[in-house]
Design a protein around this ligand. Sequence first.
Ligand code: PLP
Length: 393
Amino acid sequence: MSYHANEKGYYGEFGGAFIPEMLYPNCEELRQNYLRIMAEPSFKEEFHQLLKDYVGRPTPLYFAERLSEKYQTKIYLKREDLCHTGAHKVNNTIGQILMAKKLGKNRIIAETGAGQHGVATATVCALMGIECVVYMGEIDIARQAPNVARMKMLGAEVRAAKSGSRTLKDATNEAIRDWINNPVDTHYIIGSVVGPHPYPDMVARFQSVISEEIKWQLKEKEGRENPDYVVACVGGGSNAAGAYFHYLDEPKVGIIAVEAAGKGIDTGESAATSALGKVGIIHGSKTLLMQTPDGQITEPYSISAGLDYPGVGPMHAHLFRSGRGEFISITDDEAMTAGLEVSQLEGIIPAIETSHAFAIFDYKKFKKEDVVVFNLSGRGDKDLQTYIDYFKL
Ligand SMILES: *Cc1c(COP(=O)(O)O)cnc(C)c1O
């Protein structure tokens, strides 16, 4: 069994493209061209050049000595926090802006919740001089003022979604409506391994540079390409998909996915999709999502905005259902404590999303000789106010 997408975009029973007919031409154009374009030498060359010179890749694979000492196992950190803009998201937006150019598009739209994907999209649009419209829920615009300012400074237009709960899912609906109305000139940059086929596979391939680098970096440091475990936090699942990608079909590499339990799985304020989700369709993809008994999507909750998503990408739903991945949910409190610990043991302040991954040691025991790679998806600067409020710093 393979854990990669098949040609119809299915991971086991999950994935596919459940889209309104009016969106079919847009997705079909992308589906028919994405693999061919990604295989073109000119595309690969430009993608890797920008990852190197603009994003700052390869990101280091760093042996965390004090953390390893504390937990009695060999811990490596894949430093995606050192990417330009402070997280892994830009790997994908660089790939998609180049894809859009190859498809002859001159306008970009995106949706954003916390604003991180909006900033990564606005960044690459500025880089390429392409018009950029970012849809964002009215409530999120009020909550995430610094990222709204960043997007504006980068030249993007931020459009408020004023319907429904005025958060991410409403912004997504507005973006889809825009795309239906502008099928010829516009490309829609989705920010995680979610959405209709081919998005989950395309985004996973762009992010797969993470595990491509881990392989040779670990070979240099440990004499072998494969760790015993790869650990990543999962919101939609893109940083995790990138960190797992080249290990999916290596059964000896353990895959650990960390979700946000929020205030606790049973509190009604959680984003632990594997624990709480049921099969359904969200953003054009069949996957696990949190929903009411009559199928309404539940509003998720997590202290970290990037994990505050009611579903997971279809790859992760399949990793969970098949048992290939081990899923652990971590509460706000556990994540915050772990984030403080990593800051003080390693001198690295992680994004609160990533802090969830560092809180697994109470739930998962490793052997002394195990090599465990944590994907350090982003840096904590954006979360400083949340850390300040939480720890009364
Ligand atoms: C957005 C974000 C995430 C969650 O998104 P995925 O698609 O699950 O990777 C995790 N970490 C950071 C730092 C983020 O910005």
